[in-house]
Design a protein around this ligand. Structure first.
Ligand SMILES: NC(=O)c1ccc[n+]([C@@H]2O[C@H](COP(=O)([O-])OP(=O)(O)OC[C@H]3O[C@@H](n4cnc5c(N)ncnc54)[C@H](OP(=O)(O)O)[C@@H]3O)[C@@H](O)[C@H]2O)c1
Length: 339
């Protein structure tokens, strides 16, 4: 059960707060168990929107924040409110906001330079020209909230792999958030997809459009690909380190393309073999969110929701994610956060 903390006003220097309180999930130190706390909401700047958050989701990034590995590459100010993804409704707009008005349904990925505010909270103040776009019309708030970070990472990997009709692409990590969206985006391009997954995931992965699955829990994926899947044109890997990505790349011909979310591709070495590779870094420009929304509304991607937790059970949502992912873990925040 998540504990309600007594954190109160005046949390961060240089930030103005209103009198209004909200519930949020925070860590006061890296390595801490996430806690439910009452926090003040931020003042609105002239270019800001105040979003009443309906729902969010869990990403690998949230674990990096909780465990503190994020310290090595990001600025932060504790306490940190967890969560990056959000879907919600604009409640209030700053004096200079022109694109949105109260009542607009939005979604996004809140990724500012300094880690401090987050989306496992009832409210978010976000600039109108960054991290936010209109929610896909065809998705409810809960589904939309599972799309931003994993979807943007998937979009960037599929852009690099640039699969054409009938190209054969291996997705390692297809059982997770990024891999599940990448699989669907590849299918929308007409590619043939081989996906890693457990036997438990097989039916779901085939229904998302995979041609076949490889059980990574009982099979050596590199040997299996060598023996059964000649002619790989693309690889999207959200799991492996440099050594395994290099072994998979060794099975691919000149002209193939590789993308990872783990920094594992040796881009220069692969370029010398005529293989285009990229290690993506997800960002949250409105244009990327708008592309994702179009894919959702066109029916190219359907959020693969595994389980939904209420905000007060965010710790349980994190434990569920850590125990193994089979799609996305969502967090319902406002009444009606569900679909
Ligand atoms: N660079 C960026 O900007 C960026 C953006 C988004 C995500 N990421 C990173 O990308 C990774 C994936 O993110 P995600 O949100 O999709 O995480 P996720 O939901 O945990 O997906 C990873 C999936 O891969 C499975 N898996 C574990 N070991 C495997 C193996 N040896 N072979 C094949 N599949 C295996 C996992 O199964 P189990 O859960 O059962 O182990 C899980 O279903 C994370 O490391 C995340 O931090 C990076």
């Amino acid at each position: 059960m998540t504990v309600m903390s007594s954190l109160s006003v005046g949390l961060h220097r240089g930030v103005s707060y209103t009198e209004r309180a909200m519930r949020a999930i925070v860590i006061e130190a890296f390595g801490d168990e996430p806690k439910l706390a009452n926090l003040p909401t931020r003042e609105l700047g002239p270019n800001d929107l105040r979003v009443r958050i309906s729902a969010s989701s869990v990403n690998g990034f949230d674990l990096s924040v909780i465990d503190g590995t994020v310290r090595t590459w990001m600025e932060y100010e504790l306490p940190v409110t967890l969560g990056r993804d959000f879907a919600g409704v604009v409640e209030e707009t700053g004096a200079r906001v022109s694109r949105y008005g109260p009542g607009d349904e939005v979604f996004g990925c809140f990724f500012p330079m300094t880690l401090r505010d987050g989306t496992w909270a009832e409210h978010l103040v976000v600039p109108e020209d960054m991290f936010v776009a209109r929610k896909p019309r065809s998705l409810g708030p809960l589904e939309a909230a599972t799309l931003p970070l994993a979807g943007i990472a998937a979009l960037k990997t599929t852009d690099i792999v640039d699969a054409q009709e009938d190209d054969l692409v291996l997705v390692v990590g297809a059982t997770g958030g990024v891999g599940g969206y990448a699989l669907q985006l590849l299918r929308a391009r007409g590619a043939r997809v081989v996906a890693t997954g457990t036997p438990e995931d097989e039916t779901r992965l085939l229904s998302l459009g995979a041609e076949s699955t490889i059980d990574f829990t009982s099979t050596d994926v590199v040997s299996f690909v060598r023996d059964h899947w000649k002619g790989l044109r693309g690889l999207i890997d959200t799991v492996n380190g440099a050594a395994t990505v290099a072994q998979l790349a060794a099975l691919m011909e000149e002209g193939s393309r590789i993308a990872t979310t783990t920094g594992a591709a040796d881009i220069d070495a692969l370029a010398r073999r005529g293989i285009v590779a990229g290690n993506i870094f997800a960002t949250a420009e409105p244009e990327l969110l708008e592309r994702l929304a179009r894919h959702a509304d066109d029916g190219d991607i359907k959020p693969p929701i595994d389980r939904v937790y209420p905000l007060g059970q965010a710790s349980e949502a994190v434990a569920h994610f850590r125990a193994g992912t089979h799609g996305k873990v969502a967090i319902s925040i406002a009444p009606g956060g569900g679909n």
